[in-house]
Design a protein around this ligand. Structure first.
Ligand code: ADP
Ligand code: ZN
Length: 604
């Protein structure tokens, strides 16, 4: 069975090996077990149900919430030679009855259905008459109220198990939390399911946080450095979305905008133009998100601080779905904290307020402390990671380090002399020598450390403390009012056994409040195609074919596949099959179009 799955992987999808977890999931589904799979966006979930779907005798039902996406998903399957069809409210009765006759003739292996369609009276019973092999529930987090995208429609899926007690169910989601997982398993009434949690590490994403100064020109400079790349720019407010899009246009960048204030027609049109690579950049609020299936997005820029880590992970996750290196840039300024605080203060529900505040804090921490960004993201999702990823601004920090041992010892001494009983602000007040009620009432103005740092700004001391926390020399104890405590490695610095360094950025930022000039070329280094000129020609051919067939270009070949092609330069059918992403069907349909381009190029 495994051998056959592998064969299909090559012949239908054109890939030579499975990714982490894919094989496990497929084996479990094939053995007839219920399965729960959480995998990050771009991890390759669809293949996990498509391969068993092709191998099983009967029909595979795929439940997918995004009507707008369904056609693309089916087109994509058809382009690989997988007999697929979809049923949703966009089809007219004539088309629907045609699909039914094909279903009864067993001509369809994969049927995509929207949950709202399934909920139509008597529909599940109708499916009972067909030989259903298994149900695949995509975006299964929509079942859970704890998820970020609860859909009441999805609750109907609880009836699948009642109607089909013996047909296995496979649930897929990119949301990692345990609560959501428990909900999904309970609501779908799964029988001791096989669960797989793939790593949430997106190796192809390069995470960068930069100080935000002139954000419009910063965004435009980045895009100008990455010509012909497709990307999304997120802004917090609609006004800024529009302003940014028109700014980029005046700079000659092909950009459009998207937010919930636009008419439905306009939104669909803009999304379509972006999808088809007619424009390069979409400037949007987070309303632009669910349902973007485009896999050649090379960068995601956040012009403002995102609202939560979950959101940030989802939004940046839209880049690099084809597995090629992509950039995630966050422009951060403390002014953004104030802006969000303003909204949080106006939230009525106190529970909601606390939640928003925690979300804000975790992002501020992410953006400010000097710890590998990837490590921080993964740890937020409960995954251990050593750091030193080599693909984030912290790990690639080439700016010089500044020694700050003396100042670190001043802070550590204040913490030790107050018996690790106070939080950040009070420790700063001691070192800086502030005259506050709290200092006086506790006699802290008589400490030896009091005022030893009055020659520097409070901001400087805050920077030193952030670095001490970031480098894990001291901790904020969340169970005891966030008081600061130190560990062994902190003590080593306090007693002069070890030096302490801070990043040049912290030193400059805290001292001058300014921002450092950065060498953009050094910071942004995405992996490029092997032969740029050939890649360009292949891309032109793809655009031409996409127009002719009225499908988005990536349905034909992803950027990754074209890059691979430009690297391998296949000249024969057999060589063409070596390209990752090319299976038998693609060879048959597209080989005759792309091979001549390569041959002509080589002959030149
Ligand atoms: P998800 O639904 O999890 O977001 P997709 O199923 O859309 O992800 O897959 C993302 C991309 O990865 C697609 O372009 C897909 O063809 C590709 N992919 C999936 N599995 C593999 C594999 N084993 N080897 C190479 N590429 C793969
Ligand atoms: Zn890193």
């Amino acid at each position: 069975m495994k051998r056959q799955a592998k064969k299909i992987l090559k012949s239908v999808f054109g890939y030579s090996s499975f990714r982490d977890s894919q094989e496990e999931v497929i084996t479990a589904i094939l053995s007839g077990k219920d399965t729960f799979t959480s995998m990050p966006t771009g991890g390759g979930k669809s293949l996990c149900y498509q391969i068993p779907g092709l191998m099983f005798d009967g029909l595979t039902i795929v439940i997918s919430p995004l009507i707008a996406l369904m056609k693309d998903q089916v087109d994509d399957a058809l382009s690989k030679g997988i007999p697929a069809a979809f049923l949703n409210s966009t089809l007219d009765p004539d088309k629907i009855s045609k699909i039914y006759s094909r279903l009864y003739r067993n001509e369809i292996k994969l049927l995509y259905i929207s949950p709202e369609r399934l909920a139509v009276e008597g529909y599940l019973e109708k499916l009972q008459k067909m030989n259903v092999a298994f149900f695949a529930i995509d975006e299964a987090h929509c079942l859970s109220e704890w998820g970020h995208d609860f859909r009441p429609d999805y609750l109907f899926l609880t009836r699948i198990r009642d109607t089909f007690p013996d047909v296995p169910i496979a649930a897929f989601t990119a949301t990692a939390t345990q609560k959501v997982q428990d909900d999904i398993i309970r609501i779908l009434k799964m029988k001791s399911p096989f669960t797989v949690r793939a790593s949430f590490n997106r190796r192809e994403l390069n995470y960068q946080v930069h100080p935000k100064t002139e954000v419009l020109s910063q965004i435009s400079a980045f895009i100008k450095d990455h010509p012909d790349e497709s990307g999304i720019v997120y802004r917090f407010r609609r006004k800024d979305v529009e302003k940014t899009a028109s700014y980029l246009k005046t700079r000659g960048i092909k950009a459009l905008h998207y937010h919930a204030g636009l008419s439905k027609e306009e939104r669909t049109k803009n999304q379509e133009l972006f999808n088809k690579d007619t424009v390069d950049v979409m400037v949007a609020t987070t309303a632009f998100g669910m349902g973007i299936n485009k896999n050649n997005i090379r960068f995601v820029i956040h012009g403002d601080l995102p609202k939560s880590m979950e959101g940030y992970y989802q939004e940046t996750g839209r880049a690099g779905r084809d597995g090629l290196d992509s950039n995630c840039i966050l422009f951060f300024s403390t002014g953004d904290i104030v802006k969000q605080q303003y909204f949080i203060d106006r939230t009525e529900d106190p529970g909601e307020q606390v939640k928003l505040k925690n979300n804000l804090n975790s992002l501020v921490r992410f953006a400010t402390i000097n710890v590998c960004r990837r490590k921080q993201i993964l740890e937020y999702f409960g995954e251990e990671f050593d750091g030193n990823c080599g693909k984030c601004d912290v790990c690639n920090d080439t700016t010089e380090k500044v020694e700050a041992t003396v100042d670190a010892r001043k802070v550590l001494s204040a913490i030790a002399r107050t018996n690790e009983g106070f939080g950040i602000n009070h420790i700063i007040d001691i070192v800086w020598g502030a005259d506050t009620e709290k200092i006086r009432s506790r006699n802290h103005h008589n400490l030896k450390t009091f005022g030893v740092g009055k020659d520097k700004s409070k901001r400087w001391w805050r920077g030193i403390i952030s670095e001490l926390i970031g480098q894990q020399k001291i901790f904020q104890n969340s169970e005891r009012y966030n008081v600061l405590t130190m560990n062994e490695s902190g003590k080593n610095i306090l007693f002069g056994r070890e030096p302490f360094y801070i990043s040049g950025a912290t030193a400059n930022g805290a001292a001058k409040g300014g921002h450092e000039k950065t060498d953009r070329a050094k910071l942004f280094n995405p992996g490029g195609p092997a032969d740029k000129a050939l890649f360009k020609k292949l891309k032109q051919k793809r655009t031409e074919l996409a127009k002719e067939n009225n499908v988005p270009p990536y349905i034909i070949f992803s950027d990754k596949t074209l890059t691979n092609m430009a690297r391998l330069k296949p000249e024969t059918n057999e060589e063409f099959l070596y390209v990752s992403g090319v299976g038998d069907k693609k060879l048959e349909v597209y080989g005759p179009h792309f091979l001549p381009v390569i041959r002509a190029y080589l002959a030149d």
